[in-house]
Ligand binder design. Structure first.
Ligand code: HEM
Length: 207
């Protein structure tokens, strides 16, 4: 095996295993976001329960390393691999968006925590309910959730050739993305945001 073929195969293996690690967290994380349909209190309660696991220093370290590996190896493959079919294009472009999203999303959460904020429901709800920030945050989160499932659906199709299941995964993701936005915005009737979260968004987006 040549040196560059060996490096590509290493990147693929790291991307695969960091993707599997991240998928477990994302499954619980998106379920948590869906509880916004019940209300802010329900969302906060579920997050508090989940945090006892993913905020454990060992678990969080593994999670953050997986985020870093996933984004870096994904970006590397974008520039080294040819993409000829539509499915490959969906996989690569959704992955590209996810690298961008993960960088800003996790960066914002860690920055918020460093400022001493509680990065719970209202941390995300602020951007989704405040004018004009909502014009950025609604597509930003919609594309992220849809992007995850389009990425998984494309990988599934390339591995199994099952169009039915791949379509079902993609459609479920797009529906989940819409439901999460509906939950966070209180069915587009907009939520009252606590002053600290308002100020955080106003720093960068005005309003
Ligand atoms: C509408 C969709 C989403 C919303 C509203 C949302 C919201 C949040 C919030 C509020 C946190 C802070 C959690 C805490 O303080 O315990 C967080 C953390 C995080 N989110 Fe999301 N998220 C969304 C989608 C995603 C997606 C699609 C991904 C992955 C592709 C993702 C990956 C992460 C990661 C890795 C963390 C850091 C966890 C930690 O170490 O504390 N999120 N998200």
């Amino acid at each position: 095996m040549t040196k560059s073929a060996h490096a590509t195969s290493c990147s693929k293996t790291i991307h695969y295993w960091s993707g599997i690690t991240l998928s477990v967290f994302i499954g619980f994380h998106l379920f948590n976001q869906l509880t916004s349909l019940i209300g802010a209190d329900a969302h906060i309660k579920v997050m508090q329960a989940f945090r006892t696991v993913y905020r454990h220093p060992a678990v969080e370290t593994i999670l953050l390393i997986a985020v870093l590996f996933q984004a870096v190896t994904g970006l590397k493959m974008v520039f080294t691999r040819k993409r000829s079919s539509t499915v490959e294009k969906i996989q690569v472009y959704s992955g590209l968006y996810l690298s961008f999203f993960l960088f800003f999303h996790v960066g914002a959460v860690l920055y918020g925590r460093w400022l001493g904020m509680n990065t719970h429901f209202y941390f995300a709800a602020a951007g989704l309910n405040m004018y004009p920030a909502m014009f950025f945050f609604i597509p930003y989160y919609l594309l992220a959730v849809a992007g995850v499932t389009l990425h998984v659906a494309a990988v599934h199709y390339r591995k199994t050739g099952s169009l039915g299941w791949s379509r079902a995964i993609a459609i479920t993701g797009v529906l989940a993305a819409l439901l999460i936005i509906i939950g966070f915005t209180n069915r587009f009737q907009w939520r009252e945001i606590p002053p600290a979260n308002k100020a955080f968004i106003q720093q960068s987006f005005g309003g």
